[in-house]
Design a protein around this ligand. Structure first.
Ligand code: 13P
Ligand code: SF4
Length: 337
């Protein structure tokens, strides 16, 4: 997991740093405006004893105020280890902020934009899961429910263990039970089915960002760039994963790109990750799938500043939901240790 840069950049320095992204929206005036917001956010973090946790898909300017940047597993671990802070500002989506709250009931956990949700999390409700679980338990008494962390806390609370894209197969293999109801991502479920002897029963959910990427798009880039390494996220369709050189979580893609001898990569996931790679690994070339997650992009510097100024928007969880979700998350951390 990467900590953000520790020195605040002025507008000129920020402009030069972000110019490697080749995006027109980072002009001089915008970078000046961002630099003053970044300075104010950093000041408020100190004053309020706040930390900012940011997912890899966040905007590059958000990385400048983040104390930690990572994938879902790293952020869950980090949220569990927070010690010297009264406030956690979560620059990511709602289910991630809920996970931070699960581990920090006494702290204020803020999500800067309340509608920053997730199409996967929306595809399963606790009621529907409870019905399906009861139905399947009659057929498979040993049934276990493994929920991908991209779901709400009340869905986690009905699960035997959670998993992330970094540890899904490991959790399925480690949990006792040969029949696994895996919710909500059907693509990740199919991917895990290819790696395990256990029987996976999938749910009809998907991430709209990854599910729209086609094998034809990937093949086209491969034809134009012979030798390019294709790194794909397991939320992609099975035929896309088949043509990838590696199937990895977002942070595992960063490590792979750092360690590989290859210099050209096609990053088949949300575009924010390619921005992080371009900023952190100079000298290598990263081609993007050009897909944005509208939910992740709802978090801006403006909303993060507003979040700290006005303590918006606090995440609250019922005690029983929080305790149930905590147990499923702790089980994941135990099984993946
Ligand atoms: P990672 O855990 O790999 O970062 O994935 C999170 C996510 O939301 C992918 O769409
Ligand atoms: Fe959800 Fe997909 Fe966005 Fe990740 S990229 S937060 S899975 S909608």
């Amino acid at each position: 997991m990467a900590p953000a840069t520790h020195t605040a950049l002025d507008g000129d320095q920020l402009y030069h740093k972000l110019s490697v992204l080749g995006q027109y929206d980072y002009d001089r005036a915008t970078c000046d405006r961002y630099a003053s917001m970044i300075a104010e956010i950093r000041r408020l973090k100190e004053q309020l004893r706040a930390v900012v946790l940011a997912h890899n898909y966040q905007r590059p300017e958000i990385f400048e105020v983040a104390d930690f940047i990572g994938d879902s597993l790293e952020l869950a671990r980090k949220a569990r280890e927070v010690r010297d802070a009264e406030i956690i500002v979560f620059c990511g989506v709602h289910f991630m902020a809920e996970t931070a709250k699960v581990f920090n009931p006494e702290r204020t956990v803020l999500l800067p934009y309340l509608k920053a949700g997730c199409s996967l999390a929306d595809s399963v409700t606790a009621e529907a899961l409870a019905d399906r679980k009861a139905e399947l338990r009659r057929i498979y008494p040993d049934l276990k429910v493994v929920s991908y962390v991209n779901c709400t806390a009340d869905v986690k609370a009905l699960s035997d263990a959670c998993c992330t894209s970094a540890n899904a197969t490991k959790i399925v293999d480690a949990i006792d039970g040969d029949h696994i109801l895996f919710v909500p991502d059907q693509n990740l479920a199919n991917y895990v089915q290819g790696q395990t002897k256990k029987q996976i029963i999938s749910w009809d959910g998907n991430c709209y960002v990854h599910h729209q990427i086609t094998v034809a798009e990937v093949e086209k880039v491969k034809r134009g760039l012979p030798g390019v390494k294709v790194l794909a996220h397991p939320e992609c369709r099975a035929d896309v994963l088949e043509v990838a050189d590696a199937v990895l979580s977002t942070s595992a893609m960063v490590r792979y790109a750092e360690q590989s001898d290859a210099t050209e990569f096609l990053i088949v996931t949300e575009c924010g990750l390619s921005d992080r790679l371009l900023l952190e690994i100079p000298g290598k070339h990263f081609y993007k799938a050009c897909k944005l997650c509208r939910y992740m992009k709802m978090i801006t510097l403006e909303s993060t500043l507003d979040s700290l100024r006005n303590l918006r928007y606090p995440i609250e969880l019922d005690d029983d939901v929080r305790e149930g979700a905590r147990q499923a998350l702790e089980r994941m951390l135990e099984l993946s240790a």
